[in-house]
Design a binder for this molecule. Structure first.
Ligand SMILES: C[S@@+](CC[C@H](N)C(=O)[O-])C[C@H]1O[C@@H](n2cnc3c(N)ncnc32)[C@H](O)[C@@H]1O
Length: 280
């Protein structure tokens, strides 16, 4: 995705003020199947040291920029870059030493400087040309710097999606069971990144969660476009739209009553990439 008006508006609807991102990551942290949160898992693998300069591209609400700033304290510098100013509101509110910059990853502002680590967490799939975007970001690395990208493996969260389809069907609303081909995913990522970086290491993380009741499943679902798109669709009568939430919760609870806690599978992956010594 680039910064042309239509796609930016769509992006702004999806990410709004960062609250939806925070709501999803909160469910994943609280009910996760892995011992460590995704954030800690990733940050533990970074060569954190005093004086480190990190750029978090497509930083959103600060899922990584904020804990990074806590880990680095006053000794380093964290810069958060995002196309949308509003989504970075939680970063600005945090009071932590993170500089927020509004800009496009495809054409990063010229005066950003160079970084020891450039992190692109769950954002490269938004770029129309992933390789060109990764190349532009690689240009922001200091010689020997590390580029880290995260994304999902496959479509994921099938269980949450099945409940969405069932709820839409129950309300007589159209819902397509089609997954878009992934632009930058766990399987397509390595070949794309190898066009930019000589060394690409791939590590997988089990990002699933187990819901003991319908509440966390709905909390996650309500923060997705799956739920929010029909909710703002004027063609659907308001009383029908208002039934989507209770219908979804009812179906989720019924599933849990019948089969026990619901395991929502979501595999994620991180790519650790090294450039050449020139930082390209
Ligand atoms: C799925 S969110 C990920 C946010 C954060 N990295 C995280 O992991 O929670 C994707 C973010 O990328 C941003 N984004 C999308 N396209 C962008 C672009 N071309 N340049 C900069 N940011 C972009 C969106 O505004 C959004 O905040």
């Amino acid at each position: 995705m680039t910064s042309d008006d239509g796609s930016t508006r769509e992006l702004a609807e999806t990410y709004a003020d960062g609250g939806f991102l925070d709501a999803k990551w909160d469910v994943m942290r609280r009910h996760r199947t892995s011992a460590q949160s995704f954030e800690d898992w990733l940050l533990d693998q970074l060569p954190i040291r005093p004086g480190l300069r990190v750029l978090d591209v497509g930083a959103g609400s600060g899922r990584f920029a904020l804990p990074l700033a806590r880990r680095l304290g006053e000794t380093g510098r964290v810069v958060a870059l995002d196309l949308l100013p509003e989504v970075m509101a939680p970063i600005r509110r945090s009071g932590l030493p993170v500089a927020t910059v509004v800009g496009d990853a495809n054409e990063p502002p010229a005066d950003l400087g160079r970084f020891d680590i450039v992190l692109a967490a769950h954002m490269l799939y938004h770029l129309d040309d992933v390789v060109a975007g990764a190349r532009a970001l690689a240009g922001l690395l200091r010689p020997g710097g590390l580029f880290v990208a995260t994304t999902n493996v496959g479509v994921g969260m099938r269980e949450m999606f099945e409940l969405h389809l069932a709820a839409m069907r129950e309300l007589g609303l159209p819902a397509e069971d089609t997954a878009e081909p992934e632009r930058f995913g766990g399987d397509t990522g390595p070949a794309l990144l190898r066009q930019v970086f000589p060394e690409v290491r791939r590590r997988e993380y089990d990002g699933g969660f187990v819901a003991p009741s319908a509440d966390p499943v709905f909390a996650y679902y309500a923060a997705t476009e799956l739920y929010r798109r029909p909710m703002r669709d004027d063609r659907i009568p308001m009383p029908t739209r208002l039934r989507l939430a209770p219908t979804y919760v009812h179906l989720a609870q019924e599933t849990i009553n019948d089969g026990g806690p619901l395991h929502v599978h979501k595999d994620m992956v991180a790519f650790f990439c090294r450039g050449t010594d020139s930082g390209e």
